[in-house]
Structure formats: C-alpha cells, structure tokens
Design a protein around this ligand. Sequence first.
Ligand SMILES: Nc1nc2c(ncn2[C@@H]2O[C@H](COP(=O)(O)OP(=O)(O)OP(=O)(O)O)[C@@H](O)[C@H]2O)c(=O)[nH]1
Ligand SMILES: [Mg+2]
Length: 280
Amino acid sequence: MQAERFRGADLARLAERARRTMGDDVMILHTRTVSDGGLPIFEVLAAPSSEVDRMRTLLEPVPLPTTLRRGDGRPYVIALVGPTGAGKTTTAAKLAVRRGMFGSARLGLLTIDTYRVGGMEQLATYAELADVPFEVVYDVREVNAAMKRLAVCDVVIVDTPGRSPASAELTERWRSLLDALAPDEVHLVMPATLRADLAVEVGRSYRAAGGHCGATHLLLSKIDEVPQELGVADLALSLEMPTRWLTDGQNVPADLQTGVPRLMRTIGLGVGIEPNWVTA
Ligand SMILES: Nc1nc2c(ncn2[C@@H]2O[C@H](COP(=O)(O)OP(=O)(O)OP(=O)(O)O)[C@@H](O)[C@H]2O)c(=O)[nH]1
Ligand SMILES: [Mg+2]
C-alpha cells in the first residue's frame, strides 16, 4: 500500500501537498496531532484511493452463503492449512468458540492433526468448554462416519498438521484426508511476520496443491507481532488471496478479526481524527 505521511501546522496545506504528491484521487486515511519539539503539529496519512480500492477488490472475500449447510445436507467445511506453528489450532478454536461468528449456525470441530503432541487435547478442551462437537480423524476410512456424527452442525472447522516440505509421507496423508473432507474453503494460515518474498512462495505452493487441498483464502496470523503492523496490508496484497479473517493475538476467542476492515486499520483507515497528543 503506497501510503505516505505528511506533517505541518496547516491542515489544508497538508492536504494540498498530499494531493500534489499522490495525485487527484488522494485519500486522507488518518489525521493526528503530534509533538514537534514541544509544539503541536498535524500529521496526515494519505494514499491514492485507487490503492484502497485495489485492496478491497483483491482481498474482499465473497460473503459466506446465507444457508451454510450444503444442498446434500452436509455442513459447510472450512479447513485451516499452513506452515508449522502458524496458528492453525489456535485459530480453529477461535472460530469454533466465538459466539455469533457464523450467525446462529451450529459449529463443529474436526482435526486431522494426530501428530502434534498436545494439539488435539488443546482443541478438545476448547470444544468441551464451548460445547462444540469434536471429531478426530486418523484415516481416510473414518471421514464419512465422523462427518455423519457432525451432521448436526452447519459449519465444521478442520484443523490440519503443519506441513513440512521435508515430510512427503505426511503431505500425502494430509492430501488424501483433505480430499475426502472436500472443504468448501481452505484458509492458508500464515504468520504476518514471515519475510515477504518467502510468504509469496509459501502462498504459491499452498494454492497450487491440487484437488480439494489448494488454498482458497489467506488468513494472516500474529499481526500483533509486527512492529506497528507495518507492511501487513502490503503482505496481504502481494498474496492476492481473499482474506476473510486474520488474528492479532493469542487470546481465544477474542483475537480473531474480520480481514479487510482490520487490514484497513493497519494502514490507519477507519480511525478518523485522533485528537490525542503523540510524540513525533
Ligand atoms: N502473538 C500471536 N501468537 C499467536 C497467534 N495465533 C497463534 N499464536 C501462538 O502461536 C503458537 C502456535 O500456535 P498453534 O495454534 O499451535 O499453531 P499451529 O499452526 O497449530 O502449529 P502446528 O500444529 O504445530 O503446525 C502458540 O503459542 C499460539 O498461542 C496470534 O495471532 N498472535
Ligand atoms: Mg496445530
């Protein structure tokens, strides 16, 4: 996102400078007062509105269907995939536990991660606390029975093992299980702290996974670990995938946010005039 800061004592002049620098379609994202050697001055954050539109167009996901249950009576299945330690299990818990995340839909949890010591128990605990049905699937032959038991649910969140490219066997197993589950959405959970060029590569490889495994959405995690959230919106833009949610902390279920509005906040949009006194 090509956003720039302008500072000065006169707000009208600042807006004019922003227009001259960034073009006629400039948009003021954020205005605040900062201290300049003890004197209050204005600081304006501006970006061309075409950039903001680009962000909305590229990242805004198609709204979830109003009837989540599929035509054949099966729940709507949302799988979380991604590198080890990205935050998949925590995010699955947040999605399943947070009330009203999917309107009045009944949530279920399913994990195919039977490798991670403690991961399953962690999810089972959240499921029990929130009274959410929970299934563990070890083998492709168990998928149908597990989904039948989850037939009372409208939405099922699927947690998967972190995929390491070094483990071909794990990848094969992961693929066949996901194929059998046939998720409606596959969210790539990726730490926002990942180097941008690596993130683009990771995004490409997860999207390219064939069958039902290919990532359909980006879910940036740990944006709270990025200093001042700088570059988070750019990272999302460079991956060019719709972003339904992102996470900004370890608290379950509070630190789960709606994607594009939260990304807009990382660039100051939606904050409005902040009359507070900030040291420049
Ligand atoms: N700061 C921060 N930490 C997070 C966030 N989401 C998850 N974590 C932490 O990241 C660590 C790993 O989270 P998990 O949910 O276990 O990650 P995972 O992707 O399931 O890991 P594997 O199953 O090992 O691949 C835990 O300590 C989480 O509390 C977040 O948004 N912000
Ligand atoms: Mg996990």
